[in-house]
Ligand binder design. Sequence first.
Ligand SMILES: Nc1ncnc2c1ncn2[C@@H]1O[C@H](COP(=O)(O)OP(=O)(O)OP(=O)(O)O)[C@@H](O)[C@H]1O
Length: 595
Amino acid sequence: MRSSKPSADPLDRPRSRRLGPLLRLLGFTRPYLGRLLLALTALLFAAGTLLAFGQVIRNVVDTGIASGSSAALDQALLFFLLVVVLLSIAVGLRSWLLNWLGERVVADVRRAVFNRALALNVGFFETTRTGEVISRLTSDTALLQIVVGSTFAMGLRSLLLAIGSLVMLAITSPELTLLVILGVPFVLVPAWFLGHRVRRFSRLSQDRIGDVGAYVDETLHGIRTVQAFCHEPVDRARYGERVEEAFGTAMRRSVNSALLSTVVTLLTFGAIGLVLWFGGREVLAGRLSGGQLSAFLFYAILVAGNVGSLSDIAGQLLRGAGAAERLMELLETEPSITAPAAPRRLPTPVQGRVEAQAVTFTYPSRPEHPAIAGLDLEIAPGEQIALVGPSGAGKSTLFHLLLRFYDPEQGALRLDGIDLRELEPTAFRRQIVIVPQDPVIFGADALENIRYGLEVDDAAVEAAARAAHAHEFIQRLPDGYRTFLGERGVRLSGGERQRIAIARAILRDPAVLLLDEATSALDAESERLVQDALDHLMTGRTSIVIAHRLATVRNADRILVLDQGRIVASGHHEALLAEDGLYARLAALQFQDGN
Ligand SMILES: Nc1ncnc2c1ncn2[C@@H]1O[C@H](COP(=O)(O)OP(=O)(O)OP(=O)(O)O)[C@@H](O)[C@H]1O
């Protein structure tokens, strides 16, 4: 089955510069509506209080100081303190509630996106780089946290304060307001222009730093090759170039940033001076009180500050919208491998009869080349099949289809006579277990690695490990079964990893076993242990083994020879050798003489 968007990377860079996706994200705040309303109330209250502050200042100056009475001053100041206390409480409450909301929404989005990613079919990850999905989950959600937790609120607050202060300015002194409105473009235009340049160079600088990081990553990961080939001087020179490029870009940003500070300071304080001069004349002429002028200055600074920050906030909101869009896209991608509405049940116990009927399948990323072409197959319960064929014949693909990582375009695969598409995927995947060529060991201890999600006690895990000949080496690990394996844990040898995977399969006790034999040769002792473990595992269940060893093909009930996506021969080792066809040629080249 094709993924929904086979041709392009579905999570590629944002296409829109709209804020719409952010609004859709607001849906995630619905469960926390109460807190959101409380936060908005606190925000409104804080903005209102800040606007009232101008009047408080006016009161302190006009009735407190100008009246000449210290009692009136005390009273004015008491009122001032009261407003300060209320403002502080509202600001604190707003900040806490919004941060909480931001973190909560991001936690919910993270979980939703991860859950969705796990449900998507394997084909999706062929058209989308896994790194993309990881970056969606980490950096895009981090960006959203900032947007939901602060930018939204800052935007709303700045907008309210800018409009509110303008209104208060007009009420305080219409003439001065006109002066300010005429002056605003003189401050904003150069500030906007320089700010734009600073942002552009900041982005470039980030990119250059990203290049530096990527180079370090690549070089240090390949350190053995670097040293073995004496590549250090080249790396030093190339890294040096990248560092210098990053420095150069950072410098251009710094120059613009310094210029911006200079210009903004000059213009802002120049404008304040102008207002003071003009306002002072009004005071001298008796048309304006000292308190009014103070309040006016206060509001003028509020207008300038908030209008200035709005453009920054708009930029951040757009970046947040890009992140939200990519996350929403992932959330809205529908998995194409799903459970049917009314799944059929497998018989108990499951027999393990495997059939394929006229199966044709093409990978979404290679539409012109069928990997399986009209394949027919019938495997009886308990039969042991060795699957052989040249590289690219479709052996692994057949396994993928049996695990229903993909659905065939034509034909059907059946377990105990039931089409896999009619079964609940989790139900039949319990019965078809794969032991891959290079098993994955997860960052957990040996117990967890064998148990791998199954709810069984430690004794059952140990019994499986014994049967898989893994018990002996696990016991010799520093903390036995509690030893951390996988990433940054103990490094296991190839044979040990295989035995862990075999123990994992034994514990699941499946009806059908898919085994991809390791191509790399193990030493004789390890080989014997793995073979013993496999014999134990395969007894009494249907098993299909992609065979690389002579012992496997000799012992199999039947050998199936696969070529170009179809079965071209089937039978016992000797009989197939006697046919002198593809199998005889493969046997001569491919099978390592195991034991
Ligand atoms: N994920 C994929 N996307 C596109 N084409 C694929 C993919 N996996 C395999 N193929 C192609 O499908 C064909 C069958 O591949 P498959 O891996 O099943 O072969 P195989 O018999 O297991 O080979 P090998 O023994 O080398 O592992 C090959 O032509 C391969 O290039």
